[in-house]
Design a binder for this molecule. Structure first.
Ligand code: 5GP
Length: 357
């Protein structure tokens, strides 16, 4: 057994120190970034925020809406080739996702054959440390030299570099930080997300590749911290869940408040709307996509009800507004400069919650 002594950091262990700035307005901040991907050589210049390939998040409708703001979507794995027949989103804004099973490969090949304009492939497994996963990435790279390959998830520099050398252009970073993830509880495995981003970004950039910070962002400030830590892209699940475009059923619940009507003295009722959201390794997802949880494994995700949030566009605007504001606080004219302008300070409290319910 070995135990590493330096303390690893999460988003809520830090804040970003403000710095003198010549920017007078958030409007002056440029949020697009220009990347040339290492293997595919594709040049991409848009806003590097990604909707996760989770049910209720990585849908075609979310992709359409996000693309209108120049954001990217990793689509859910279960779309078949024919699902893309009526999907006319610019290929710069979406990836098709796949696992590493035989059926996954067949589906991937069929989709790419029917729709050769698709440019991004997201090879996604919960544990990116297996040899089989590296072999799969290598095989896809050989067969599709010009496609841009996203592969994950890992949390350490060594495996980030291994996946890049095996053909990934972009490595997805995060084990256990997700809003509906129970991996850390079920297995004790994980890595605080801010440190994982810092270490994996450094490893990838040294080779000329890129990373996605995947999971753990609960507010726009966390998105800024992820970029400040060196992430090239930030992927969001929970923050993009609960919207119209996600396609989940809206559950309305009426309940009595503590207030009473002045005239009738009857309790005042309110209706709240919710949407079900679940991890892709949860019982709910297993039942839906794999006919139940296999005997030899346990569920590593939970199912929750989250408030219904209307159109995703409002959430996008809120996140981009926060990110622009962070840039003005630290004097970054472009998102590209944010990590150079970031000094994290260690804190023991994030914000004042005195009036929170
Ligand atoms: P969030 O933005 O909601 O905090 O995190 C989203 C990420 O959590 C996803 O992109 C994916 O990497 C991860 N994730 C999604 N479902 C599950 C799950 O069931 N279990 C685990 N361990 N991670 C999940």
């Amino acid at each position: 057994m070995r135990s590493e002594q330096d303390k690893k950091l999460d988003f809520d262990d830090v804040l970003i120190r403000p710095k003198r700035s010549y920017l007078s307005s958030r409007k002056q901040v440029k949020l697009t970034r220009k990347y040339t991907f290492m293997h595919s050589k594709k040049i991409w210049e848009h806003i590097p925020i990604i909707a996760s390939n989770m049910d209720g998040v990585g849908t075609k409708k979310v992709a359409k809406s996000l693309s209108e703001n120049e954001l990217f979507t990793c689509l859910v794995k279960n779309y078949e080739k024919d699902d893309f027949n009526d999907f006319n989103v610019n290929p710069d804004y979406f990836a098709i996702s796949t696992g590493i099973g035989k059926a996954d490969l067949k589906r991937l090949e069929a989709s790419l054959k029917a729709h050769p304009h698709i440019e991004f492939i997201c090879i996604d497994v919960a544990n990116g440390y297996s040899e089989a996963f590296g072999d799969f990435v290598e095989g896809v790279r050989q067969n599709y030299p010009k496609k841009t390959i996203i592969a994950g998830n890992v949390v350490t520099a060594d495996m980030t570099q291994e996946l890049i050398l095996r053909g990934a252009d972009i490595v997805k970073v995060g084990i256990g930080p997700g809003s509906v993830c129970t991996t850390r509880i079920q297995t004790g495995v994980g890595y605080p997300q801010l440190s994982a981003i810092i270490e994996c970004a450094d490893a990838a950039h040294g080779l000329g590749a890129h990373i996605i910070a995947d999971g753990g962002c609960v507010n726009p400030g966390d998105v800024s911290k992820a970029f400040g830590a060196g992430a090239d892209f930030v992927m969001l699940g929970g923050m993009f869940a609960g919207h119209d475009e996600g396609g989940g059923d809206i559950i309305a619940e009426t309940y009595a408040t503590h207030r009473v009507d002045n005239d009738t003295k009857e309790p005042i009722y309110e209706t709240k709307k919710f949407v079900e959201f679940y991890g892709m390794s949860s019982d709910t997802a297993m039942d839906k996509h794999h006919g139940g949880v296999a005997d030899y494994r346990s569920s590593e995700g939970r199912t929750v009800r989250i408030p219904y949030r209307g159109p995703v566009d409002d959430t996008v605007k809120n996140i981009l507004g926060g990110l622009r504001s962070t840039c003005t606080y630290v004097g970054a004219k472009r998102l590209k400069e944010l990590s150079k302008c970031t000094t994290f300070i260690r804190v023991s409290k994030q914000y004042n919650d005195v009036f929170e319910e």
